[in-house]
Design a protein around this ligand. Structure first.
Ligand SMILES: [Zn+2]
Length: 298
């Protein structure tokens, strides 16, 4: 498949929020890593609205995300004008699916989430020969084998998609392209060289690498999975968290620099909380960027 964006032979990473809620400090942490790392490495940032799930996404969240990012001072190099949305790319995912069909076992699955119970799908519909219809999903058979990658922050990692998740869901029963499929196709076609995201997504990496290979992708991006802000009980922040929402912090009178400083401190990027401007986040990564021998896989 052809790249949709010019290849600059430099790092290209992405900031990819889902408009299912407002930005909170966890998103600010991700922005610090994405922009900080990219700017320190002389790279670029693409903004991608991951609104593949048409039921949970709302336009008002999309505009609030764009507005809060601008208020914070994080400027994307690509994907803002016009706004790059997964929901505008259904044909692209359909093409990718059509590409997958001749060489891989793509099949119709009517199992509900309840049936799947847990992360791994048991292949129940694999050989049932169901006809594609509304209310039915699509999966692809995932073969055995281990996916290995070197995470720039977590080190060596290996995952076994067939055991971990089984056959991957590409389109769900509501007709939405799934996160795993849409993000893999986008990262490939948009020429993303570095995927920088929270540690909660590390378990997706093996399956995305496998899907990429199944789609004929020969190059792999580098991955960096960064720490998350956890609540005192160890849970992830949620988008409804009133005390950490960027909107609430704005309304309480905090400056963008104070919000960024608070997020950086919460994950240990700085030893003491202090205001940091968006253009300064690169300074947090000057000595952390990938070494020159870690080749950019463009
Ligand atoms: Zn099934």
């Amino acid at each position: 498949m052809q790249n949709e964006f010019p290849i600059y032979h430099q790092m290209l990473t992405r900031y990819a929020p889902s408009p299912t809620g407002h930005l909170h400090l966890g998103h600010v942490v991700n922005a610090i890593y994405v922009w900080g790392w990219a700017r320190a490495a002389g790279g670029r940032v693409l903004l991608r609205m991951e609104d593949h799930d048409r039921i949970r996404c709302r336009p008002e969240y999309e505009s609030s995300i764009v507005e809060d990012l601008a208020w914070l001072g994080f400027e994307p190099d690509e994907g803002l004008h016009p706004l790059l949305r997964q929901s505008d790319r259904r044909d692209v995912y359909q093409d990718a699916l059509d590409r997958l069909r001749p060489t891989h076992h793509v099949y119709v699955c009517e199992c509900s989430r309840k049936h799947v119970a847990g992360e791994r799908y048991d292949g129940f519909c694999r050989n049932r020969g169901l006809i594609d219809a509304s209310g039915r999903g699509l999966r692809v058979r995932v073969g055995e084998g281990i996916e290995r990658f070197h995470d720039l922050l977590l080190g060596p990692n290996e995952q076994e998609p067939a055991r971990q998740c089984g056959d991957l869901l590409l389109r769900d029963r509501d007709g939405n392209w799934t996160y795993q499929f849409a993000v893999t196709v986008d990262d490939m076609l948009q020429g993303i060289t570095d995927v920088i995201r929270g540690e909660d997504l590390v378990s997706s990496t093996g399956r995305q690498l496998r899907l990429r290979q199944m789609l004929g992708g020969s190059k792999r991006p580098r991955f960096a999975h960064h720490p998350l802000i956890l609540k005192p009980g160890g849970e992830k922040l949620s988008k409804s968290a009133a005390d950490t929402g960027v909107r609430q912090l704005r309304q309480s009178g905090l400056t963008p620099e104070e919000v960024i400083g608070r997020a950086a401190f919460a994950v240990g990027l700085i030893a003491q909380s202090r205001p940091i401007a968006a253009r300064e986040v690169r300074d947090l990564f000057q000595d952390r960027i990938p070494s020159p021998e870690s080749q950019i896989p463009v």
